[in-house]
Design a protein around this ligand. Structure first.
Ligand code: PLP
Length: 364
Protein backbone atom coordinates (compact mmCIF):
# COMPACT_ATOMS: atom_id res chain seq x y z
CA UNK A 1 0.00 0.00 0.00
CA UNK A 2 1.43 3.41 -0.87
CA UNK A 3 1.86 6.18 1.72
CA UNK A 4 -0.94 8.31 0.38
CA UNK A 5 -3.47 5.50 0.61
CA UNK A 6 -2.26 4.56 4.08
CA UNK A 7 -2.65 8.16 5.31
CA UNK A 8 -6.14 8.32 3.80
CA UNK A 9 -7.14 5.03 5.39
CA UNK A 10 -6.36 6.34 8.88
CA UNK A 11 -9.20 8.86 8.50
CA UNK A 12 -12.80 8.06 9.42
CA UNK A 13 -13.79 8.12 5.74
CA UNK A 14 -17.29 6.97 4.76
CA UNK A 15 -17.14 3.22 4.03
CA UNK A 16 -18.37 3.58 0.45
CA UNK A 17 -15.50 5.97 -0.39
CA UNK A 18 -12.75 3.60 0.77
CA UNK A 19 -10.45 2.44 -2.01
CA UNK A 20 -11.91 4.81 -4.63
CA UNK A 21 -9.75 6.78 -7.07
CA UNK A 22 -10.61 10.44 -7.78
CA UNK A 23 -11.41 11.62 -11.33
CA UNK A 24 -7.99 12.05 -12.86
CA UNK A 25 -7.63 12.64 -16.59
CA UNK A 26 -3.96 13.66 -16.89
CA UNK A 27 -3.37 17.45 -17.08
CA UNK A 28 0.00 17.48 -18.84
CA UNK A 29 1.93 20.30 -20.46
CA UNK A 30 1.84 19.07 -24.05
CA UNK A 31 1.56 21.16 -27.27
CA UNK A 32 -1.53 19.36 -28.64
CA UNK A 33 -4.20 18.59 -26.03
CA UNK A 34 -6.89 16.29 -27.42
CA UNK A 35 -7.75 14.26 -24.33
CA UNK A 36 -10.72 15.75 -22.45
CA UNK A 37 -13.02 16.87 -25.29
CA UNK A 38 -12.54 20.55 -24.61
CA UNK A 39 -13.35 22.98 -27.38
CA UNK A 40 -9.93 23.44 -28.99
CA UNK A 41 -10.88 26.76 -30.54
CA UNK A 42 -10.21 29.78 -28.35
CA UNK A 43 -13.00 32.27 -27.78
CA UNK A 44 -13.39 34.73 -30.71
CA UNK A 45 -12.14 38.25 -29.86
CA UNK A 46 -15.66 39.76 -29.90
CA UNK A 47 -16.76 37.21 -27.27
CA UNK A 48 -13.68 37.85 -25.10
CA UNK A 49 -14.42 41.57 -25.10
CA UNK A 50 -18.10 41.01 -24.33
CA UNK A 51 -17.24 38.75 -21.38
CA UNK A 52 -14.64 41.20 -20.05
CA UNK A 53 -17.12 44.08 -20.17
CA UNK A 54 -19.96 42.08 -18.52
CA UNK A 55 -17.58 40.85 -15.83
CA UNK A 56 -16.32 44.37 -15.21
CA UNK A 57 -19.89 45.48 -14.56
CA UNK A 58 -20.38 42.55 -12.17
CA UNK A 59 -17.21 43.46 -10.29
CA UNK A 60 -18.90 46.69 -9.16
CA UNK A 61 -21.36 44.59 -7.17
CA UNK A 62 -19.08 41.88 -5.80
CA UNK A 63 -19.54 43.09 -2.20
CA UNK A 64 -23.12 41.72 -2.48
CA UNK A 65 -24.24 38.11 -2.94
CA UNK A 66 -25.28 37.35 -6.52
CA UNK A 67 -28.86 36.77 -7.71
CA UNK A 68 -29.58 33.45 -6.01
CA UNK A 69 -32.16 32.61 -8.67
CA UNK A 70 -29.92 33.67 -11.60
CA UNK A 71 -33.13 34.65 -13.37
CA UNK A 72 -31.54 36.54 -16.25
CA UNK A 73 -29.31 33.56 -17.02
CA UNK A 74 -32.22 31.10 -16.84
CA UNK A 75 -34.16 33.31 -19.27
CA UNK A 76 -31.20 33.45 -21.68
CA UNK A 77 -30.68 29.66 -21.51
CA UNK A 78 -34.40 29.04 -22.16
CA UNK A 79 -34.25 31.33 -25.21
CA UNK A 80 -31.14 29.55 -26.47
CA UNK A 81 -32.72 26.09 -26.14
CA UNK A 82 -36.07 27.08 -27.70
CA UNK A 83 -38.64 24.23 -27.73
CA UNK A 84 -41.12 26.53 -25.93
CA UNK A 85 -39.03 26.39 -22.73
CA UNK A 86 -39.17 29.19 -20.17
CA UNK A 87 -36.98 30.31 -17.27
CA UNK A 88 -38.94 28.12 -14.83
CA UNK A 89 -37.87 25.03 -16.84
CA UNK A 90 -34.16 25.81 -16.45
CA UNK A 91 -31.67 25.16 -13.67
CA UNK A 92 -27.90 25.77 -13.73
CA UNK A 93 -24.82 25.09 -11.64
CA UNK A 94 -21.02 25.09 -11.76
CA UNK A 95 -20.70 22.65 -14.65
CA UNK A 96 -23.18 19.94 -15.57
CA UNK A 97 -21.26 17.75 -13.11
CA UNK A 98 -22.66 19.89 -10.30
CA UNK A 99 -26.11 19.75 -11.89
CA UNK A 100 -25.88 15.93 -11.88
CA UNK A 101 -24.63 15.94 -8.30
CA UNK A 102 -27.59 18.07 -7.20
CA UNK A 103 -29.99 15.69 -8.98
CA UNK A 104 -28.44 12.78 -7.05
CA UNK A 105 -28.58 14.73 -3.79
CA UNK A 106 -32.29 15.34 -4.32
CA UNK A 107 -33.38 12.01 -5.82
CA UNK A 108 -30.63 9.52 -4.94
CA UNK A 109 -29.01 8.68 -1.62
CA UNK A 110 -28.91 5.63 0.64
CA UNK A 111 -31.14 2.78 -0.54
CA UNK A 112 -31.52 4.24 -4.04
CA UNK A 113 -29.98 3.11 -7.33
CA UNK A 114 -28.46 4.90 -10.28
CA UNK A 115 -28.40 2.93 -13.53
CA UNK A 116 -26.22 3.71 -16.53
CA UNK A 117 -24.82 1.81 -19.49
CA UNK A 118 -21.01 1.57 -19.68
CA UNK A 119 -18.82 2.25 -21.44
CA UNK A 120 -20.16 5.69 -20.61
CA UNK A 121 -19.09 8.85 -18.76
CA UNK A 122 -16.68 7.92 -15.96
CA UNK A 123 -18.12 10.52 -13.56
CA UNK A 124 -21.48 8.75 -13.07
CA UNK A 125 -20.15 6.14 -10.58
CA UNK A 126 -18.15 8.82 -8.73
CA UNK A 127 -21.19 11.10 -8.43
CA UNK A 128 -23.13 8.08 -7.14
CA UNK A 129 -20.57 7.21 -4.45
CA UNK A 130 -20.27 10.88 -3.44
CA UNK A 131 -24.01 10.93 -2.68
CA UNK A 132 -24.14 7.41 -1.23
CA UNK A 133 -26.28 6.19 -4.12
CA UNK A 134 -25.78 2.61 -5.33
CA UNK A 135 -24.34 2.51 -8.87
CA UNK A 136 -25.71 -0.24 -11.11
CA UNK A 137 -23.86 -0.57 -14.42
CA UNK A 138 -25.45 -2.60 -17.21
CA UNK A 139 -22.81 -3.07 -19.90
CA UNK A 140 -23.45 -2.46 -23.58
CA UNK A 141 -22.84 -5.23 -26.12
CA UNK A 142 -19.68 -5.65 -28.20
CA UNK A 143 -20.79 -2.98 -30.73
CA UNK A 144 -21.33 -0.45 -27.85
CA UNK A 145 -24.85 0.36 -29.12
CA UNK A 146 -27.85 0.51 -26.80
CA UNK A 147 -31.29 -0.59 -27.99
CA UNK A 148 -34.67 0.49 -26.58
CA UNK A 149 -35.72 -2.99 -25.44
CA UNK A 150 -32.38 -3.80 -23.84
CA UNK A 151 -32.35 -0.49 -21.95
CA UNK A 152 -35.97 -0.77 -20.79
CA UNK A 153 -35.37 -4.32 -19.55
CA UNK A 154 -32.37 -3.11 -17.53
CA UNK A 155 -34.54 -0.43 -15.90
CA UNK A 156 -37.15 -3.02 -14.88
CA UNK A 157 -34.60 -5.66 -13.78
CA UNK A 158 -32.52 -3.32 -11.62
CA UNK A 159 -35.43 -1.35 -10.12
CA UNK A 160 -33.39 1.81 -10.72
CA UNK A 161 -34.56 5.09 -9.14
CA UNK A 162 -32.43 7.21 -11.48
CA UNK A 163 -31.26 6.37 -15.01
CA UNK A 164 -28.60 8.33 -16.91
CA UNK A 165 -28.50 8.06 -20.67
CA UNK A 166 -25.53 9.81 -22.22
CA UNK A 167 -26.34 10.99 -25.76
CA UNK A 168 -24.12 11.48 -27.71
CA UNK A 169 -22.37 8.96 -25.48
CA UNK A 170 -18.93 9.59 -24.02
CA UNK A 171 -16.56 7.81 -24.81
CA UNK A 172 -18.14 6.19 -27.88
CA UNK A 173 -19.49 9.40 -29.48
CA UNK A 174 -22.75 8.03 -30.85
CA UNK A 175 -26.19 9.59 -30.19
CA UNK A 176 -29.11 7.45 -28.94
CA UNK A 177 -32.41 7.19 -30.75
CA UNK A 178 -35.28 8.95 -28.95
CA UNK A 179 -37.05 5.56 -28.87
CA UNK A 180 -34.49 4.54 -26.20
CA UNK A 181 -35.35 7.55 -24.04
CA UNK A 182 -39.09 6.94 -24.45
CA UNK A 183 -38.77 3.25 -23.59
CA UNK A 184 -36.58 3.94 -20.53
CA UNK A 185 -38.99 6.60 -19.26
CA UNK A 186 -41.93 4.24 -19.63
CA UNK A 187 -40.08 1.36 -17.96
CA UNK A 188 -39.28 3.66 -15.02
CA UNK A 189 -42.95 4.54 -14.50
CA UNK A 190 -43.53 1.84 -11.86
CA UNK A 191 -40.69 3.13 -9.65
CA UNK A 192 -41.23 6.78 -10.53
CA UNK A 193 -37.66 6.80 -11.85
CA UNK A 194 -35.92 10.05 -12.77
CA UNK A 195 -34.48 9.80 -16.30
CA UNK A 196 -31.53 12.07 -17.16
CA UNK A 197 -30.36 12.50 -20.74
CA UNK A 198 -26.83 13.93 -20.62
CA UNK A 199 -26.59 15.94 -23.86
CA UNK A 200 -23.21 17.56 -23.15
CA UNK A 201 -22.28 17.21 -26.85
CA UNK A 202 -25.69 17.88 -28.44
CA UNK A 203 -24.49 20.86 -30.51
CA UNK A 204 -21.99 18.63 -32.35
CA UNK A 205 -24.59 16.09 -33.51
CA UNK A 206 -25.16 15.56 -37.23
CA UNK A 207 -27.87 17.77 -38.69
CA UNK A 208 -31.27 16.18 -38.12
CA UNK A 209 -30.32 14.31 -34.90
CA UNK A 210 -33.26 15.11 -32.59
CA UNK A 211 -32.67 16.30 -29.01
CA UNK A 212 -34.55 14.69 -26.13
CA UNK A 213 -35.81 18.24 -25.40
CA UNK A 214 -38.64 17.35 -27.80
CA UNK A 215 -39.80 14.68 -25.32
CA UNK A 216 -40.17 16.98 -22.29
CA UNK A 217 -43.88 17.89 -22.61
CA UNK A 218 -45.90 15.56 -20.38
CA UNK A 219 -42.83 13.85 -18.83
CA UNK A 220 -42.23 15.39 -15.40
CA UNK A 221 -39.46 12.93 -14.42
CA UNK A 222 -37.36 13.60 -17.55
CA UNK A 223 -34.30 15.86 -17.27
CA UNK A 224 -32.11 17.03 -20.17
CA UNK A 225 -28.64 18.04 -19.02
CA UNK A 226 -26.47 20.41 -21.08
CA UNK A 227 -23.20 22.27 -20.61
CA UNK A 228 -21.37 25.38 -21.81
CA UNK A 229 -18.05 23.51 -21.44
CA UNK A 230 -17.96 22.02 -24.93
CA UNK A 231 -19.77 23.81 -27.79
CA UNK A 232 -19.55 27.21 -26.04
CA UNK A 233 -15.80 26.80 -25.35
CA UNK A 234 -16.31 27.71 -21.67
CA UNK A 235 -14.90 24.71 -19.79
CA UNK A 236 -12.92 27.09 -17.58
CA UNK A 237 -16.00 29.08 -16.55
CA UNK A 238 -17.89 26.05 -15.13
CA UNK A 239 -21.47 26.43 -16.34
CA UNK A 240 -23.84 23.51 -16.84
CA UNK A 241 -27.64 23.54 -16.92
CA UNK A 242 -30.74 21.44 -17.37
CA UNK A 243 -34.20 21.66 -18.85
CA UNK A 244 -37.10 19.91 -17.13
CA UNK A 245 -40.49 20.44 -15.53
CA UNK A 246 -40.46 23.42 -13.10
CA UNK A 247 -40.91 21.09 -10.09
CA UNK A 248 -37.49 19.51 -10.84
CA UNK A 249 -35.85 22.93 -10.29
CA UNK A 250 -37.88 23.25 -7.08
CA UNK A 251 -36.43 19.94 -5.86
CA UNK A 252 -32.88 21.13 -6.61
CA UNK A 253 -33.47 24.38 -4.68
CA UNK A 254 -33.65 22.15 -1.59
CA UNK A 255 -30.07 20.89 -2.01
CA UNK A 256 -28.13 23.67 -3.77
CA UNK A 257 -25.84 25.82 -1.69
CA UNK A 258 -27.10 29.39 -1.40
CA UNK A 259 -25.68 31.68 -4.12
CA UNK A 260 -23.91 28.73 -5.79
CA UNK A 261 -23.51 30.54 -9.12
CA UNK A 262 -21.15 33.47 -8.62
CA UNK A 263 -21.87 36.89 -10.14
CA UNK A 264 -18.73 36.45 -12.29
CA UNK A 265 -19.98 33.10 -13.58
CA UNK A 266 -23.42 34.51 -14.37
CA UNK A 267 -21.93 37.50 -16.19
CA UNK A 268 -19.60 35.26 -18.22
CA UNK A 269 -22.37 32.89 -19.28
CA UNK A 270 -24.71 35.75 -20.22
CA UNK A 271 -22.09 37.39 -22.42
CA UNK A 272 -21.34 34.08 -24.15
CA UNK A 273 -25.03 33.42 -24.78
CA UNK A 274 -25.39 36.87 -26.33
CA UNK A 275 -22.71 35.76 -28.81
CA UNK A 276 -23.94 32.21 -29.33
CA UNK A 277 -23.81 32.63 -33.11
CA UNK A 278 -20.08 33.43 -33.18
CA UNK A 279 -19.31 30.55 -30.83
CA UNK A 280 -21.42 28.02 -32.71
CA UNK A 281 -19.64 28.93 -35.96
CA UNK A 282 -16.56 27.21 -34.48
CA UNK A 283 -18.69 24.14 -33.81
CA UNK A 284 -19.13 23.71 -37.59
CA UNK A 285 -15.37 23.82 -38.02
CA UNK A 286 -14.85 21.20 -35.30
CA UNK A 287 -17.50 18.93 -36.86
CA UNK A 288 -15.57 19.08 -40.14
CA UNK A 289 -12.34 18.00 -38.35
CA UNK A 290 -14.29 15.24 -36.56
CA UNK A 291 -15.58 13.89 -39.90
CA UNK A 292 -12.07 14.16 -41.33
CA UNK A 293 -10.71 12.02 -38.45
CA UNK A 294 -13.37 9.35 -39.08
CA UNK A 295 -12.55 9.27 -42.82
CA UNK A 296 -8.78 9.13 -42.33
CA UNK A 297 -8.84 6.54 -39.55
CA UNK A 298 -11.02 4.33 -41.75
CA UNK A 299 -8.46 4.73 -44.56
CA UNK A 300 -5.73 3.62 -42.10
CA UNK A 301 -7.67 0.39 -41.53
CA UNK A 302 -8.92 1.37 -38.05
CA UNK A 303 -12.54 1.23 -36.86
CA UNK A 304 -13.86 4.62 -35.75
CA UNK A 305 -17.37 4.67 -34.21
CA UNK A 306 -20.00 6.95 -35.76
CA UNK A 307 -19.59 10.27 -33.93
CA UNK A 308 -22.18 12.94 -33.12
CA UNK A 309 -19.75 14.64 -30.76
CA UNK A 310 -16.46 16.56 -30.90
CA UNK A 311 -14.40 13.38 -30.43
CA UNK A 312 -13.83 10.04 -32.11
CA UNK A 313 -13.61 6.65 -30.42
CA UNK A 314 -11.70 4.16 -32.51
CA UNK A 315 -10.83 0.48 -32.38
CA UNK A 316 -8.61 -1.91 -34.29
CA UNK A 317 -5.44 -1.11 -32.30
CA UNK A 318 -3.17 -3.99 -31.24
CA UNK A 319 -1.37 -1.94 -28.60
CA UNK A 320 -3.51 1.07 -27.65
CA UNK A 321 -1.34 2.04 -24.70
CA UNK A 322 1.79 1.96 -26.86
CA UNK A 323 0.09 4.19 -29.45
CA UNK A 324 -1.07 6.57 -26.69
CA UNK A 325 2.51 6.75 -25.37
CA UNK A 326 4.01 7.23 -28.86
CA UNK A 327 1.63 10.09 -29.58
CA UNK A 328 2.47 11.69 -26.23
CA UNK A 329 6.17 11.55 -27.11
CA UNK A 330 5.26 13.30 -30.39
CA UNK A 331 3.53 16.06 -28.36
CA UNK A 332 -0.08 14.88 -28.85
CA UNK A 333 -2.12 13.91 -25.77
CA UNK A 334 -5.21 11.77 -26.43
CA UNK A 335 -7.27 9.53 -24.10
CA UNK A 336 -6.81 5.90 -23.16
CA UNK A 337 -10.25 5.09 -21.76
CA UNK A 338 -9.17 1.59 -20.73
CA UNK A 339 -11.21 -0.27 -23.34
CA UNK A 340 -9.18 -3.04 -25.02
CA UNK A 341 -8.07 -2.17 -28.57
CA UNK A 342 -9.50 1.36 -28.42
CA UNK A 343 -8.52 5.00 -27.89
CA UNK A 344 -10.43 8.30 -27.97
CA UNK A 345 -9.33 11.57 -29.55
CA UNK A 346 -10.88 15.04 -29.43
CA UNK A 347 -11.30 16.85 -32.76
CA UNK A 348 -8.93 19.81 -32.70
CA UNK A 349 -8.16 22.75 -34.93
CA UNK A 350 -7.08 21.78 -38.44
CA UNK A 351 -3.37 21.95 -37.44
CA UNK A 352 -3.89 19.92 -34.23
CA UNK A 353 -5.90 17.30 -36.08
CA UNK A 354 -3.13 17.06 -38.70
CA UNK A 355 -0.53 16.58 -35.92
CA UNK A 356 -2.61 13.74 -34.48
CA UNK A 357 -3.20 12.01 -37.84
CA UNK A 358 0.44 12.33 -38.94
CA UNK A 359 1.69 11.06 -35.57
CA UNK A 360 -0.68 8.10 -35.64
CA UNK A 361 0.20 7.16 -39.23
CA UNK A 362 3.88 6.98 -38.27
CA UNK A 363 3.16 4.74 -35.28
CA UNK A 364 1.00 2.23 -37.17
C1 PLP B 1 -17.61 16.93 -20.62
C2 PLP B 1 -18.85 16.25 -20.16
C3 PLP B 1 -19.73 16.90 -19.31
C4 PLP B 1 -19.45 18.33 -18.92
O1 PLP B 1 -19.14 18.51 -17.63
P1 PLP B 1 -19.08 20.01 -17.06
O2 PLP B 1 -19.13 19.78 -15.60
O3 PLP B 1 -20.28 20.73 -17.58
O4 PLP B 1 -17.81 20.61 -17.56
C5 PLP B 1 -20.90 16.28 -18.93
N1 PLP B 1 -21.18 15.04 -19.37
C6 PLP B 1 -20.37 14.39 -20.20
C7 PLP B 1 -20.75 13.06 -20.69
C8 PLP B 1 -19.17 14.97 -20.61
O5 PLP B 1 -18.35 14.29 -21.41
Amino acid sequence: MNDQLERLNRLPLRENLRGLQPYGAPQLDVPVLLNVNENTHGLPQEVRSAIASRVEQAVGGLNRYPDREFTELREALATYLGHGLEAENIWAANGSNEVLQQILQAFGGPGRRLLSFPPTYSMYPLLASGTDTEYVPVRRGADFNLGAEQAAKAVRDTGANIVVLCSPNNPTGTALGLDVVEAVYEAGEAKGAIVIVDEAYAEFAHTGTPSALTLLPGRERLIISRTMSKAFALAGARVGYLAAAPQIADALRLVRLPYHLSAVTQATALAALEHAEALLANVEDIKAQRDRIVTELTAMGLQPAASDSNFVFFGGLKDPHGVWQGLLEAGVLIRDVGIPGHLRVTAGTEAETTAFLDGLRKLL
